[in-house]
Design a protein around this ligand. Structure first.
Ligand SMILES: Cc1ncc(COP(=O)(O)O)c(C=O)c1O
Length: 456
């Protein structure tokens, strides 16, 4: 029986609160789970349950929850400069220093940064700035954008349009014109059929090249992709994919835009997924781990050519937000990066922890429901299948992933389900003991799922 306090919050919530990406009658039926606190890798709910958050919220909490140094950084910034904007020829040290930090950590060639508050705003900003760039370059015909089936780029009008999750479009009359999605989705296990991996890579890259040729290279503004597809199901690309995509973009003068909202800021073991895959994008969008989610902050970072074209333009760049580069958000982000550097959460010093996470996760491959275990850095995925030998997927109506997610919740673990892909993205500070706990709880939830569907 839930406490009166929880029941009262649930009633208020049901009466007044529209939740993102939620089927509201179902939520009202069961009542929202109220999260009331968080520390390190654990959440606490209103009933006092402690839950290991293997999703870092929504891929956010790089340094874990409740880190006192971030709390102090935010409080100091609030005392010093609670707010000021960056319009009208002004700046403040927090935004200026954070812009320089972004330029330092992103791949060679990135030189200018525009701040926003969410991943979607960064994506919208990138889309607009890319159009502006081509106008400035005297190539106004380049207005077509190529994205990928099952991509996720946010939920604003542009973000949702670029997203290749088709369920996001009909409710809102999207996608916008001029946005194209190519398939197959570049993930070998799920979409490669019997092809060998490199042949599948070539097929995926050729699909992009064919789309450029179909649209006419002189009409194509940019190709956008997540270095590792996240919200679509934690799907790393097939071998050699990114350098080949980069080569195709260069061949036709198409801008390469890496949407690193998930893969940025240490998630892959490098500062950015682009470095992990050895590419040099023209545009990078980022958010989430940038501030460990403590305060909303995002950015679009631009390579020299685009940055120079815009920065040297005589006219006003008519784009930006009231909260672009908010002092508190930038102060938190600067401290967040300092902690990641000091505590070895990225690069060589982070490798033992990443390896331990990956090895322990790989131990779940022997479970009867697990067809594939995949990992990149501190990102993990388990593909639940009906038959491992024949790689037969479950009938989606069985909702196996959803069932597993419920068992995780009930055993004190947050693991997300995208269809039958179970996704993990723990805080980068997770300890080996906590990784053990995560894997033990995941196995327990898999066992319960297997029993529930009669496979054990
Ligand atoms: C790659 C990518 N782009 C954009 C977004 C949108 O970010 P937000 O929810 O902060 O708008 C997300 C969110 O998960 C994302 O994964």
């Amino acid at each position: 029986m839930l406490s009166n306090r929880t029941l009262s919050w649930q009633a208020q919530d049901a009466a007044h609160h529209l939740h993102p990406f939620t089927t509201h009658p179902a939520l009202r039926g069961r009542g929202a789970r109220m999260i009331t606190g968080a520390k390190g890798v654990y959440l606490t709910d209103s009933e006092g349950n402690k839950i290991l958050d293997a999703m870092s919220g929504l891929w956010c909490a790089q340094v874990g929850y409740g880190h006192e140094e971030l709390v102090e950084a935010a409080a100091d910034a609030m005392r010093t400069l609670s707010y000021y904007n960056l319009f009208f020829m002004t700046s403040h040290p927090y935004a200026t220093e954070m812009a320089a930090k972004v330029a330092e950590k992103t791949p060679e060639g990135i030189s200018q940064v525009l701040f926003a508050c969410s991943g979607s705003e960064a994506v919208d900003s990138a889309y607009k700035l890319i159009k502006y760039y081509w106008n400035l370059k005297g190539q106004p015909g380049r207005k077509q954008f190529i994205a990928r089936e099952r991509a996720y780029h946010g939920s604003t009008v542009v973000g949702a349009s670029l997203s290749g999750l088709t369920g996001m479009h009909p409710q809102f009359d999207l996608p916008l014109e001029g946005i194209h999605h190519v398939g197959p989705t570049p993930h070998h296990y799920k979409f490669g059929g019997d092809m060998d991996e490199e042949a599948f890579t070539d097929l995926c890259v050729k699909a992009v090249e064919d789309k450029i040729l179909e649209l006419g290279p002189e009409n194509v503004a940019a190709f956008v992709g997540e270095p590792v597809m996240g919200a679509g199901g934690m799907m790393p690309p097939p071998k050699g994919y990114w350098p080949k995509i980069e080569a195709v973009c260069r061949k036709y003068g198409v801008l390469l835009w890496a949407d690193e909202v998930i893969t940025g800021w240490g998630r892959t073991g490098e500062w950015f997924g682009s470095q992990y895959y050895g590419i040099t994008p023209d545009v990078i969008t980022m958010a989430k781990g940038m501030s460990s989610g403590y305060v909303p902050l995002s950015a679009v970072a631009l390579g020299h050519d685009i940055a120079d074209a815009i920065a040297n333009g005589d006219e006003e760049m008519a784009h930006g937000f009231t909260y672009s580069g908010h002092p508190v958000a930038c102060a938190v982000a600067l401290k967040n990066v300092e902690i990641m550097e000091r505590d070895g959460l990225v690069g060589e010093r982070a490798m033992p922890r990443h390896r331990y996470f990956q090895e322990r996760l790989a131990s779940l491959a022997d479970h009867p429901l697990v067809g594939q275990v995949r990992s990149v850095g501190m990102l993990g995925g388990l593909e639940l299948v009906a038959d491992k030998e024949t790689k037969t997927f479950f009938d989606p109506d069985m909702d196996v992933g959803f069932k597993c997610r419920e068992h995780c919740f009930n055993t004190g673990l947050i693991m997300r389900a995208v269809g039958d892909s179970m996704i993990l993205c723990p805080p980068l500070v997770i300890t080996n003991a906590e990784i053990d706990e995560l894997v033990d709880k995941a196995r327990g939830a898999l066992d319960l799922t297997a029993k529930q569907i009669g496979r054990m």
